[in-house]
Design a protein around this ligand. Sequence first.
Ligand code: HEM
Length: 392
Amino acid sequence: MTRAADFDVPETEDFDGPHALFSDLRGRCPVAWSNDLGGFWAVTSHKDAKAVLEDWRMFTTTIQNVVPPVATTQRRPPLHLDPPDNIPYRNAILRFLTPSRLAEWEGRIEQMVARFLAPWVAKGGGDICAEFSFLLPIALLAEFFNLPPADAERIRIVGSEFNMALQRQDFDTLRAKSDELYEIARSLIEDRIAHARDPDTDPTASLLAVRVDGAPLAPDLALGALRQFLLVGIIAPTTFIGSMAVHLARHPGHHAELTARPELISEATEELLRLYTPYRGFARTAREDTTLGGREIKAGEALAVVFTSANRDGDAFEDPESYRLDRPTRDLLTFGRGPHMCPGAPLARLLLREVLRQLTARTLRLELTSEIEMTRWPEYGPLKAEFRAIPA
Ligand code: HEM
């Protein structure tokens, strides 16, 4: 349906533009309609975002779950199924993310960050996204899923092409790249069927071992889940690490404080996850006509839950535009809320804290040396940002 637009999605954005737009929308129209990106409501206030995420009976993920509507190929659980259908898929991966399992990752993540960051710092910096923050989560994913090096390399190439197609909104290429990612997932499943692995140590084997009322998961949905797992944890860390670096370059005092006091890294990571929340376009579709934030939503309309905006809402966070390490973080929406809340959050936090620790330990200062090239919806953050890194 076409409505009078409350805002237009800009063709190009800079680092601060989205936050200025969302601040304006929260002030005058917290649930705002745009005719761009297929037509959608932007839910920008913390209260409304939380309400949408928690009311999964009214706001489903089974129809349109991302703005722009790119996920048109096949269903990918757990994100594309409502409770309780999503739960077995979540459980298949959650068993690898318990505190004791995460403890096993600490040393490995420390080494992985060093492997990619040390050469970047040694050569004086460069594009942090292409040369560091895109490579790191793929390496983590490859270890997490016990992928052979050739598959990890294919995901690196196809994942990058997929992201570029998304940025250009080139939907034909996007579908082709999504199909290639499906092929990688399919061959992984075939390998695990041919060569059984322990479901306690291999996430794909864990997915294949799930039984619901005694029956295995439907093959197309198990495949969709693996395809989702292979990409979902890559893009957000890539752009968010870029945002962390921009913040450090703009605030050398914060950089110096973290170098001197590494015990603040955990609070600083949470605060940066609030200020530069990397997702703004995860979406829901209204099942029935309803109202939200005083607006009448029609059945079938898409709503983007703008996490990037909700985390800067002054009704939820005091002095929301400032970097403060003493604020309560229980209301942080960076990793979502409700039945689809990110199961990878503890692993992501481990990785991001280690990145911030090593970035501030290995460098005295970061200086931005180029314009920042930004991602578009559904993400927020740099796609390309060049820095001079001054080694410690
Ligand atoms: C900075 C890093 C990350 C951020 C900000 C992030 C954020 C999110 C958010 C906001 C959601 C909820 C989407 C919704 O409600 O529509 C989500 C879901 C999900 N995330 Fe993450 N994520 C990150 C990293 C990861 C990693 C590393 C993994 C894998 C280990 C992962 C796996 C998933 C999965 C499987 C879902 C779907 C869960 C479901 O539908 O039940 N994420 N993520």
